[in-house]
Ligand binder design. Structure first.
Ligand code: DX5
Ligand code: ZN
Length: 238
């Protein structure tokens, strides 16, 4: 039996932090340029928010846009920058596979949007992508007990999904702590990403709770100097 209560978690010494700017707050008329600019500014991943106007009350972009941006998602030396697809769609499987074909590196979905979570995980993995599960603010973590060995990433929503620019919901910190303990018990290298309302002045709190990957949309794209914001975030994480 696994005990999730008192496990040690998050030794900062070994932690590799990643910053994943969300294109949701980029200039949609210049997406390729925006991807290149934010990579030059120091982005580790590109966070790609897919909304279907059904699971969430907003509509963004599909696999064709992901595919068009793939060529822009690289560093000056040609190294690929992972595209981190966050699916806010229902149903999940067909679109997840379309994003795998479109060049996504990681694909995360909301377990409450899939009728068969384990099957959705297997179908994404069969396409060669890493898989993440996303937890909304009021969704419990029970499903993790049954699939944690099969995933690469857990994404904690610290806002209700659908829009950029919302305020961070503090209960996400407790949820991050609980997930970090589960990851420690599992022993696998699973990334713990937080998404929503992340700014320079709260990124440290999310890291202290156990997050290692930070999505930021409006905090980065809402400022003229992306590199300055990312540098300030990294400074808070040191
Ligand atoms: C919200 C999206 C987020 C969003 C975050 O549904 O999943 O990725 O872009 O935006 P900010 O950082 O502005 O809260
Ligand atoms: Zn997102």
């Amino acid at each position: 039996m696994r005990v999730f209560g008192d496990q040690p978690f998050n030794t900062h010494a070994a932690m590799i932090y990643r910053i994943a700017p969300s294109l949701l707050s980029a200039d949609f008329a210049r997406l390729g340029e925006e991807v290149r600019a934010v990579i030059t500014a120091g982005a580790d991943w590109i966070h790609f928010d897919v909304m279907d106007n059904h699971y969430v009350p907003n509509l963004t972009f599909g696999p064709m846009v992901c595919s068009a941006l793939r060529a822009h998602a690289q560093q000056a030396n040609g190294a690929r920058v992972p595209i981190d697809v966050h699916l806010m769609v229902q149903p999940v499987d067909a679109l997840a596979e379309a994003f795998a074909d479109a060049g996504a590196d990681l694909i995360s979905f909301h377990p409450d949007a899939s009728s068969h979570v384990h099957r959705s995980i297997q179908r994404i993995r069969a396409k060669g992508c890493q898989v993440g599960l996303v937890f909304n603010p009021a969704v419990s973590l029970d499903v993790l007990d049954w699939v944690i060995d099969d995933i690469d990433l857990v994404l904690v929503m610290s806002v209700n999904p659908g829009f950029g620019g919302q305020s961070f919901i503090d209960s996400a910190l407790r949820k991050i702590e609980a997930i970090r303990r589960r990851i420690a018990v599992c022993g696998k290298d699973i990334r713990l990403e937080v998404d929503g309302g992340i700014k320079v002045d709260n990124i440290r709190r999310a890291a202290d709770a156990g997050a290692d990957t930070f999505v930021a949309g409006s905090a980065i794209f809402g400022q003229p100097d992306y590199a300055a914001v990312i540098a300030q975030m990294r400074a808070r994480l040191e």
